[in-house]
Design a protein around this ligand. Structure first.
Ligand code: COA
Length: 236
């Protein structure tokens, strides 16, 4: 069981945020103590998929609510292509900002009613940060002067991570998403990254199918719960 204080999240939301990562051997008693001692307003609890019924019950009884099955896909990168209608973008536009919100539509920050007021601001900030980092690339697909889709890729030592990806509703089902993933491959090769990864929600079926169709394989799945110090039950 690991507990971390999340500085960036705490600063962004304006209240203390912590994260607890549970392994499959955690004891219910230790878990309860860790929450009781927490100084945070909200704790993200990451748990493995193969918990015992007693462990599941202990988490649920704490008042934590399950919001996500966080699904990490990875792909070894051997090829890539930036088609002629894909451009690099260096500054924020309204169209891109709206696509950033679309990218986060299935996010736990949109589903948890206490985070929802911050949801758009959070995704706008994610996009804004990409423009000021040398380690991030923002690509857009242009169709008749409009942005049909966009992706943000950020670099780690070995990996090009897909941060946000979205296709505008009227352009879906025409290969725009797959074209963006081909471009991700090209950017990874350009930057010497041998792997591309992406995190999405298990319930986001179009996204999971898009990644699988484009050669990404599930590497990890974790359940994410939110535990608020003043629980919904206490408030009711
Ligand atoms: C997921 C998303 C990016 C797909 O974009 P797209 O341009 O429509 O995808 P493509 O046309 O390239 O589709 C490629 C494959 O993805 C899968 N797919 C795409 N949309 C799908 C849907 N609605 N249902 C099921 N599978 C779907 C299919 O396997 C498809 O291949 P096929 O056309 O041969 O069946 C788009 O639906 C979207 O923007 N969704 C909202 C934002 C989002 O969820 N972003 C991902 C966050 S991680």
């Amino acid at each position: 069981m690991i507990k971390e204080v999340l500085d960036w999240d705490s600063k962004f939301f304006g209240f203390p945020v912590e994260k607890i990562t549970l392994d499959r051997f955690f004891s219910e008693e230790q878990f309860r103590m860790l929450l009781a001692e927490s100084a945070a307003d909200v704790v993200y609890i990451y748990s493995p998929q193969d918990l015992t019924p007693e462990q599941e019950t202990a988490i649920a009884m704490s008042g934590a609510v399950k919001y996500d099955v966080r699904t990490t896909f990875e792909k070894p990168i051997t090829s890539g292509l930036i088609s002629s209608n894909i451009v690099k973008i260096n500054e924020m536009t309204n169209e891109l900002e709206q696509l950033a919100w679309i990218a986060g539509g299935d996010s736990r920050y949109n589903f948890d009613p206490r985070f929802r007021p911050y949801f758009r601001k959070l995704y706008s900030e994610w996009l804004r940060k990409a423009f000021v980092s040398d380690e991030s690339v923002v690509l857009a697909v242009m169709e008749s002067g409009k942005i049909a889709g966009m992706v943000i890729i950020s670099m780690t030592a070995t990996t090009g991570k897909v941060e946000l990806l979205a296709v505008a509703p009227e352009f879906r089902g025409r290969g725009v998403g797959s074209g963006l993933l081909d471009a991700v491959g090209a950017i990874c090769l350009e930057r010497g990254k041998k792997i591309s990864s992406v995190v999405t929600q298990q319930k986001n079926i179009p996204a999971c199918k898009l990644y699988a169709k484009n050669g990404y394989i599930i590497k990890k799945q974790e359940t994410v719960w939110h535990w608020w110090k003043v629980s919904n039950r206490e408030e009711a």
